[in-house]
Design a protein around this ligand. Sequence first.
Ligand SMILES: *[C@@H]1O[C@H](CO)[C@@H](O)[C@H](O)[C@H]1NC(C)=O
Ligand SMILES: *[C@@H]1O[C@H](CO)[C@@H](O)[C@H](O)[C@H]1NC(C)=O
Ligand SMILES: *[C@@H]1O[C@H](CO)[C@@H](O)[C@H](O)[C@H]1NC(C)=O
Ligand SMILES: *[C@@H]1O[C@H](CO)[C@@H](O)[C@H](O)[C@H]1NC(C)=O
Length: 218
Amino acid sequence: MAGTSLLWISLLSLMSCTTNQVTLNLSPNRSQFFRGDSVSLSCEDEDSSAGWTLRRNTTRETRRVCGLDWGKGSGSSCTIDPLIQWDSGVYWCESSQAAASQSINLTVPGGSVILQSPVLPVMEGDPLTLSCRSKHGSRLPAAFYKDGSLMGTEPGGHMTILHVSRSDEGLYRCNISSHGESPSSWISVTAVEARYLAAVTADQEDKLTDGKQSKELV
Ligand SMILES: *[C@@H]1O[C@H](CO)[C@@H](O)[C@H](O)[C@H]1NC(C)=O
Ligand SMILES: *[C@@H]1O[C@H](CO)[C@@H](O)[C@H](O)[C@H]1NC(C)=O
Ligand SMILES: *[C@@H]1O[C@H](CO)[C@@H](O)[C@H](O)[C@H]1NC(C)=O
Ligand SMILES: *[C@@H]1O[C@H](CO)[C@@H](O)[C@H](O)[C@H]1NC(C)=O
């Protein structure tokens, strides 16, 4: 009985740490944009309760608030249309208790070439598609680089890694002859163990009426 109470106490304290999970959603969900493109960002909370504020740091300003200082929308969701170079920066959601979501780097280069790559981590074993696009022309041959080394030149301007592994994690950029080079974007790969744990946690969450789960039970 005493053991059960102790379990509940530790479960409750863990639950208070895991509440207020928030996700920063980005649509379209990539990290590089042409000037003139538009993008929508929003903070999405499991409980849809706590008031989240979408903020950004750019080279010019820090902790600027969505809807007030930049973009069109409320504090927790904004659309930027059109994007300009100065919208490049790091974006995140923050609660009044200073809890924060993962942050996302958004890049709007001065040049006319972008690398389209996933903004969220890719699961190990999943496919990864990289596209190199120029503002002035489609499906042009492009060279792809990882961590500064040439991976290869693709006639159609896109490259697919069928099953990503941890070693594919890194800094990617691309290049289109006579059009220029894209900025670099970091691509992270989530290990399969993490996916397994997430599945187990989700499964156990379903069995708890509260919908919250402590990692200790996994
Ligand atoms: C991101 O976009 C790709 C293709 O545009 C889509 O397949 C994927 O489900 C999206 N991911 C999220 C988390 O929205
Ligand atoms: C934003 O800028 C502030 C002030 O320089 C800094 O403390 C904070 O860590 C930055 N946030 C992110 C997510 O980079
Ligand atoms: C965002 O960009 C900064 C500076 O280029 C880098 O240090 C950081 O790791 C990037 N973060 C993500 C999530 O890619
Ligand atoms: C990369 O870009 C440079 C100039 O921006 C160009 O001279 C070179 O040919 C390009 N390489 C490829 C493979 O596109």
